[in-house]
Design a protein around this ligand. Sequence first.
Ligand code: NAD
Length: 499
Amino acid sequence: MQELTHYLNGAHVKGTSGRFADVMNPATGEVQARVPLANGAEMAQAVAYAQAAQPAWAATNPQRRARVLMKFVALLNRDMDKLAEALSREHGKTLPDAAGDVQRGLEVVEYCIGAPELLKGEFTDSAGPGIDMYSMRQALGVTAGITPFNFPAMIPMWMFAPAIACGNAFILKPSERDPSVPLMLAELMEEAGLPKGILQVVNGDKEAVDAILHDEVIQSVGFVGSTPIAEYIYATGCANGKRVQCFGGAKNHMIIMPDADMDQAADALVGAGFGAAGERCMAISVAVPVGDETADRLIEKLVPRIEKLKVGPYTAGKDVDYGPVVTAAAKANIERLVQTGIDQGAELVVDGRDFKLQGYEDGFFVGPHLFDRATKDMDIYKYEIFGPVLTCVRAQTYEEALGLAMDHEYGNGTAIFTRDGDAARDFANRINIGMVGVNVPIPVPLAYHTFGGWKKSVFGDLNQHGPDAFKFYTRTKTVTARWPSGIKEGGEFSIPVME
Ligand code: NAD
C-alpha cells in the first residue's frame, strides 16, 4: 500500500511517529494509502527548518517573491488534470468540481502576485519639522494553517499564498482524509522557485495541531473546519499569544420570495444543495419559501430535479452530479440525522435512503434527500448535516424568513431569490450573515474580496484572502524619523503635540 510522507525542507520525509491514518477511496470504500500522523518532535523539526529559511525569504524583494507565485500559477495550469484526479480520488467529488477547487485557489495565488502593491506602506512627509512618519508591513515569521477535507486545494492556497507572498514561512497541516494534493502543491511551489523550508506540509491529527498551538516560534495559526475545533483552536492559540483566525461550520438559508422565478430558484437550490454531495461550507442546506403557495410551487419544481440527479464515482464521466461523501462515518452521521428528521415529524418528500450503486456497494454514496415542513426545533434544522440533504422550512412572511436566518447560530452564507430590488436590498442590509447572495445561491466572494462568515462560523477579526489576508500575515511597524535641520534647540521634555 502507498505510504504518504511529510514534506519537510524541500524533501518527502517518512513519518517517524509510528502512527498512521487510512486514506480512503470514498467511491469504492477501499483504503488506498496511509498517511503518517506527526508527533511533536516532527513538528518541531519543521518549525526549525522554517525558522532558518524565513529571514532570507522575507529579505527577498516582494517582486521576486511574486515571480515565484507567477510560475506556480503556470505549473498549476500545467498539472490541472493530474491535481483534479488526485483530489477526486481521495475526496470523491467530480472531476470538474475538483478542477474548480484548484482553480479557486489559483485565483487567490493570482491576487497575491500583487504583493508589491499590497505591501506598500504609508508615508507622511513632514509630519513635523524635519519629521517623516512611515509605516511598513513586515512578515510575522513562521506561520501555520490547519485545513479541512472538503477543499484540499483551495483552502491551503487561501492561506499559504498570502502568507508566503508577505515573506513568511508557512507550515500546512492538511486534513488527514485527503493529503495528496497539499503535498503536490508544496512540490510545485518548490519547482516554481520557492526556497526550501518556506512551505512545508506536516501531516497529522490533533497531536500535530496541538504541537502547532503550543510552539513558541509559530506566530499565527489559520484554521478552517468544524465549529467545535475552530473554537478550541481559537481559544488555545490566543491563550498562547498567537494571532489566530478560525472559520467554522455553516447552515446556509436561501429565502425564496413569492415573486422569484421558480425555475431559476429550483435550479439554484439543486446545485447549491447537492453539489459536492452537500460537503461545502457554502452549500445551501435550508430553503425558506415565503408563503405556502410559494412553498408548494417550489417543492413541485424541486422534486423532479432532485429525482433526476446522477450520483456516481468521479470516473463515471462528466454527467455525474455528485459523488460519495468522504468517509463511512460521515455517511452514518448523515443517515442518523435523516432518521431524526423522520422521527421528529418532517416530511421526507424525496427519500434517498435506499440508494445503491451497482458495483460500488462499499462506496460512501448517499442518495439525495428533500425534507419539507421542517421546524426550528428539529435536529435536521439545528445541525450541520454536510450531506446531500435539503431541508425546507416554510415561512409565512418575509420577516419570519429573515428572522429564521438571523436566529440560527451559524452565519456563513445566505441568499435571497426575488425580483424585488427593495426586498433584496433590505435583506442584504439587515441580515447578520457574512456572505449574501441576491439571486446567487453560493455567494463565495472572488479572490480580491474577502471570505468570511459571522456568528459561530468565524472566530477572529480578519477574513480569508483579499486585502484582509495581507493584514493577517503582516505586522505594521510605524517609524517616526527626525533628521535635524541643523538648528540645534536642545532637548524637549514635554510631549510634542501638533498645533
Ligand atoms: P474538522 O474540524 O473535522 O477538521 C478540520 C481540521 O482540524 C483537520 O485538519 C483535522 O485534522 C483537524 N482536527 C480534527 N479534529 C481535531 C481536534 N480534536 N483537535 C485539533 N485538530 C483537529 O473539519 P472537516 O470535517 O475536515 O471539514 C468540514 C467542516 O469544515 C464543516 O463543518 C464545514 O462547514 C467546515 N468548513 C468551513 C469553511 C469556512 O470557510 N467557514 C470552509 C470549509 C469547511
